[in-house]
Design a binder for this molecule. Structure first.
Ligand code: NAD
Ligand code: MG
Length: 392
């Protein structure tokens, strides 16, 4: 039996993970679940999965959950805060940790799982964006296996040769081709982008996801974060990672080889496929996702992304070129900007400008420690907040 901790179990990825777990009660057990402050959601999951531990990041919510679970006679121990998250990431009875907290808040618990040498099912791309180099170094030092959940990176992983860790050049790989749907505003006239609402930005044409990543998809910052994520996961440079607009979201990404071959992974846009892949790897298990009907898909389109329409993608390429603390600054400013947009404090069209202003005002430093990265994250958030406040 494989024990799993699910960090962020009430979110979009967390719910899909538990759906796959529930399909294989003979193979996987949810040992620990966690959420930020969604007491109702975590209570329901505890009733269904009876985990040993449940963690609420919010202390008050933890108290409330503890009372409710005791009232129902459940033996689940309730922990609180970042200490609780780090505890369930490193439990002896846990083999796999699903890292599905959204944002840089996922970094420390995911790092705790890495340091405990677990198999990490990595959905929380922000932790790699903030600290990719150190994160991968820690994983190697502690023998933690990193399996990508992000559909593009999971697709790339599936198309890579087994020995890709030797270096992409060594194994004949020339480029990673990351596909992107272009989000809900791919074809909207630029002038109209000023007035789009959070609800419009969160209505992704192909994928159903949490609100932050939905806005990231609409700005294409999501793809920018994924370029950075790909550089660290596959030990390569940004000029070897090409973004390809592919509106149907059927090809989840591709790997190009020096002999002219391109290998692609296709499937219905449902995160249970990459989740099941990473849970079972190197084997395969049923995920609940139906087979792709190629006759219904009928055609596949590809376009070059327009960096004038999607300045966030350009900013992400620039940040990974600069490297050091720049991607952490980019990520922190983006989290504040997206939150401000979702709370209707800034218009959609201001998101990229706000991030660029923060990047311009905070100089990047090279070879940062984790401590410096966390400090820079705080500084960048503070500056971004000030810029939002100035504007309102
Ligand atoms: P979501 O908003 O639906 O869920 C986030 C989860 O994290 C929830 O359980 C929430 O309670 C918890 N959480 C939020 N803030 C927290 C905090 N400060 N401390 C502790 N827990 C906290 O998000 P999601 O769409 O499931 O995305 C999760 C991660 O997976 C993100 O990093 C995202 O980029 C990545 N991802 C998501 C998808 C997708 O299809 N949803 C695809 C690829 C990658
Ligand atoms: Mg993705």
């Amino acid at each position: 039996m494989i024990g799993m901790s699910v960090l962020g179990s009430t979110g979009s990825i967390g719910v899909s993970t538990l759906d796959v777990v529930a399909r294989h009660p003979d193979k996987y057990r949810a040992v620990a679940l966690s959420a930020n402050r969604d007491v109702d959601g975590l209570e329901k999951q505890c009733l269904a999965f009876c985990p040993d531990y449940a963690v609420m990041a919010d202390a008050k919510a933890a108290q409330e959950l503890e009372q409710r679970l005791a009232g129902r006679g459940l033996p689940t121990a309730v922990l609180a805060g970042s200490a609780g998250l780090e505890t369930i990431a490193a439990l002896p009875g846990v083999d796999y940790v699903m890292a599905a907290i959204v944002g840089a808040a996922g970094l420390l618990p995911t790092l705790a799982a890495v340091r405990a040498g677990k198999r990490i099912l990595l959905a929380n791309k922000e932790s790699l964006v903030v600290s990719g180099e150190l994160f991968m170094r820690e994983a190697a030092a502690h023998g933690a296996e990193i399996l990508p959940i992000d559909s593009e990176h999971n697709a790339v992983f599936q198309c890579m040769p087994a020995n890709f860790q030797q270096g992409l050049g060594q194994v004949g790989v020339t480029r990673i081709l990351l596909t992107a749907s272009g989000g809900p505003f791919r074809a909207m006239p630029l002038k109209q982008l000023v007035d789009v609402t959070p609800a419009q930005a969160c209505a992704h044409p192909n994928w159903s996801m949490g609100r932050k990543i939905s806005v990231d998809s609409a700005t294409m910052m999501n793809k920018g974060l994924e370029v950075i994520e790909a550089c660290w996961l596959f030990h390569t440079r940004p000029d070897k990672v090409k973004v390809v607009l592919h509106p149907q979201s059927v090809i989840h990404s591709m790997v190009e080889y020096q002999d002219g071959s391109i290998l692609a992974q296709l499937g219905n846009p449902d995160m249970r496929t990459p989740i099941a892949h990473a849970m079972a790897w190197p084997e395969r298990i049923e995920s609940g996702v139906g087979s792709l009907d190629l006759f219904e898909v009928a055609r596949l389109d590809f376009e070059e992304p327009d960096l004038a329409r999607f300045p966030c993608l350009r900013l992400a390429y620039q940040a990974i070129e600069v490297s050091g603390t720049a991607p952490a600054i980019l990520n922190a400013a983006n989290e504040v900007a997206v939150d401000a947009f979702l709370n209707e404090r800034i218009p959609f069209s201001r998101i990229s400008g706000l991030i660029e202003d923060v990047l311009n005002q905070l100089p990047a430093e090279q070879n940062p420690s984790f401590e410096l990265l966390l400090e820079v994250d705080t500084q960048a958030r503070r500056l971004a907040e000030q810029l939002v406040a100035k504007q309102v």
